[in-house]
Design a protein around this ligand. Structure first.
Ligand code: BGC
Length: 380
């Protein structure tokens, strides 16, 4: 017996012995499950649940790659859903301001809904006045993505693929895009994007969760404190199209280099805030190298929840939910009023296809586009 005990302990420590009646090692517990969410265009749509075993859970559908719910513990360990969204697929089909979606082929605006590439002009679908916004009338947020369930269900990973046909919404080239959501052990929601094309095209993929760290539907986001790691932003005209300049944030309400309450200056007399009806701008991230770099940090004093955004992208759109007007009745019947959610959309700059001085959004055949963004959660 004295010889057996140390052997048993060593087998237990290496996880190679499972005793009947004992708790199973948590590493093999399922961390991805799915249920039917509905049907769109004759295709089955699922609602996947990813959990990291540390109190975080993400519910994601392959319709639009939408993050339907993101459950994160507060300072006291109490879980709360911190993204705006709907309970049912039919609500997403009726009307949504891109709640939680993957946005493409070109996230954000392209001025006058056209651009020229290799000497040829392409006309896009205008869906924001004369401009195109978030991929056009039927962007990547409104299509059924093909789920790839080849990773074992013990891993909180969901891979999605969408093949956008040549000419879709006016964009050239068949674009094969993949998006992989991973919930990590360090309380991160990681999003890895990749894409290839068969003709030169333009591409700007992003994620459009509306966060409210106090809990979705619990009030406005004006007391959230925000830090943006950016010395400059891209000023816009009255149609929210960048003028092409990179302007210093110094001395303006756009200066979030030190953490500041979102509401502190949002109603200041300022042309940029007037054009955006609040914050709805792209910041030029301070970054070195090509790896993940800290873009933003946001915290909510009452719940103690905080989130960092890390990205490989050169820019971030901070949108303070200025177009929310209470017409969206969300999860649990909660009404999403003015400025009750904030978006931090990592991206290339808006209207880059018409702004040669901005980092290029062109993707050519033979190249592979890759991009990663991490939303990391903690409490204070
Ligand atoms: C844009 C806003 C737009 C919103 C749509 C944001 O990414 O910056 O201008 O109204 O998406 O819900």
């Amino acid at each position: 017996m004295t010889q057996i005990a140390p052997m048993l302990l060593s087998l237990l420590a290496t996880g190679s012995l499972i005793l009947a009646g004992c708790a199973q090692p948590s590493t093999n517990a399922p961390r991805r499950s799915r249920e039917l969410f509905g049907t769109v265009d004759g295709k089955q749509v699922f609602l996947y649940a990813l959990s990291n075993g540390k109190g975080m859970e993400a519910r994601i559908t392959n319709y639009g790659g939408i993050v339907v719910a993101l459950v994160v513990p507060d300072r006291a360990g109490k879980p709360g859903d911190i993204v705006l969204g709907y309970d049912s697929l039919s609500s997403y089909l009726k009307a949504t301001p891109y709640f939680g979606a993957i946005v493409g082929r070109y996230g954000n605006r392209i001025g006058k809904a056209r651009f020229t590439l290799d000497g040829k002009e392409y006309t896009l679908k205008a869906n924001d006045g004369a401009n195109t916004l978030h991929g056009g009338l039927k962007g990547f947020d409104k299509v059924v993505w093909e789920p790839d369930e080849s990773t074992p269900p013990s891993e909180p990973v969901l891979k999605l693929k969408y093949v956008s046909p040549d000419g879709e919404e006016g964009y050239p080239g068949t674009l094969t895009a993949t998006v992989t959501y991973t919930l990590t052990d360090s309380n991160e929601l990681r999003i890895d994007y990749s894409a290839t094309t068969d003709k030169p095209t333009v591409l700007n993929l992003t994620h459009h969760s509306y966060f409210n760290l106090a809990g979705a539907g619990s009030g406005d986001i004006l007391s959230h404190e925000l830090m943006l790691n950016a010395d400059r932003f891209t000023p816009i005209d009255s149609g929210l199209i960048p003028t092409g300049e990179l302007q210093s944030v110094e001395g303006t309400p756009m200066d979030f280099r030190t953490s500041t309450a979102i509401g502190a200056r949002i109603n200041a007399k300022d042309d940029q805030l007037r054009y955006g009806r609040g914050y709805d701008h792209n910041w030029v991230l301070n970054r070195t190298g090509n790896g993940l770099s800290l873009a933003a940090r946001v915290s909510e004093p009452a719940s103690g929840r905080a989130m960092e955004v890390w990205t490989t992208e050169p820019g971030i759109q901070f949108y303070s939910g200025n177009f929310l007007d209470g017409s969206n009745v969300g999860k649990g019947g909660k009404v999403y009023a003015y400025r009750t959610g904030l978006c931090l959309e990592t991206q290339h700059f808006p209207d880059s296809p018409n702004k040669p001085q901005f980092p290029s959004t062109v993707l050519k055949p033979g190249e592979k586009f890759t991009s990663t963004t991490v939303y990391k959660f903690m409490t204070r």
